[in-house]
Each structure stands twice: as structure tokens, then as C-alpha cells.
Write a new protein. Structure first.
Length: 147
């Protein structure tokens, strides 16, 4: 029984020249990052349009088109979309939207006295927290406690 040979691209990987360019690019980028401050490395960006142009130059058109489609899709899913899905407006203010059983606002978990006590405890906690933050900011806490 004769076997059909596989297309070259299905088992050999990318051509050696493409791999060598990728390795060289990675090495050059790492060398550049080594000379930069940590904050500058963290804020370094790679623009999607630059990547698309490199893909168009080095790879098949279908890969570049697929990448362009994925980037367009990702750009449509931003924090505003998440915000609109995860919140609802109540009395003119945004509130976390209920999506039981995973997301349930605290005021819907408790009823009656338990809810009132919860609100009181949280309020007291926030009051103490704000007082502590003010003391830290003014330096009073350090003078009193040595912290």
C-alpha cells in the first residue's frame, strides 16, 4: 500500500530563515531590555499594526488576515464592554449586577437584621480604615507607634 507524503509545511515547521529571524529579533529585544530601567521595560509596547506588517512580510496572507480579524475582535472587547455587562444603574449610580450563583451583591445575600448588622460593621470598618490612612499620611502613626 502506497502512502501519500505529507506536505512539507505540515511536519518541518517554519523555514530556517524565518526561525533565525525570530531568534535574532528576540535576542536583540532582550539585549535592548537589559539596558533599560525596570519601569521602562514594563511599559514597553508592541503595536499590533507593526506585528501585522511583519506577519504580512514573513508569512502567508491567511495568517495576516486571521491576525487582523483577531485584533479587531479583541479591540471591540474593552473595559467599557465589561463595565456595561457587569454593572447596572440603580438610582443613578452604577451597582454590581447580579449574575447568580457566581456574582451576588451583598445586599441580596442578607435579609432583615443580618443585613442591617452587616452594613453597620462594614461602615465601622471603613471609618477606622480611613482614620488609619489619614494618620499614616500625616505621619502621626509613625510618631506614635514607630511603624
Amino acid at each position: 500500500m502506497a502512502s501519500t507524503p505529507l506536505p512539507a509545511h505540515s511536519w518541518q515547521g517554519p523555514p530556517r530563515s524565518v526561525s533565525q529571524r525570530r531568534v535574532r529579533s528576540c535576542r536583540e529585544t532582550l539585549t535592548k531590555f537589559a539596558t533599560m530601567r525596570t519601569l521602562d521595560v514594563w511599559s514597553a509596547r508592541l503595536e499590533a499594526d507593526d506585528v501585522i506588517e511583519r506577519i504580512r512580510a514573513e508569512a502567508a496572507a491567511t495568517a495576516a488576515n486571521r491576525l487582523q480579524r483577531d485584533i479587531t475582535k479583541a479591540r471591540a472587547r474593552d473595559s467599557q464592554l465589561a463595565y456595561s455587562r457587569l454593572t447596572t444603574i440603580v438610582d443613578g449610580e452604577p451597582r454590581i449586577a447580579a449574575h447568580p450563583p457566581l456574582v451576588v451583591p451583598a445586599d441580596q445575600l442578607l435579609q432583615g437584621e443580618a443585613r442591617d448588622r452587616y452594613i453597620q460593621v462594614i461602615g465601622e470598618f471603613l471609618t477606622r480604615y480611613r482614620a488609619l490612612q489619614a494618620a499614616v499620611a500625616s505621619g502621626r502613626l509613625e510618631a506614635q507607634t514607630g511603624v
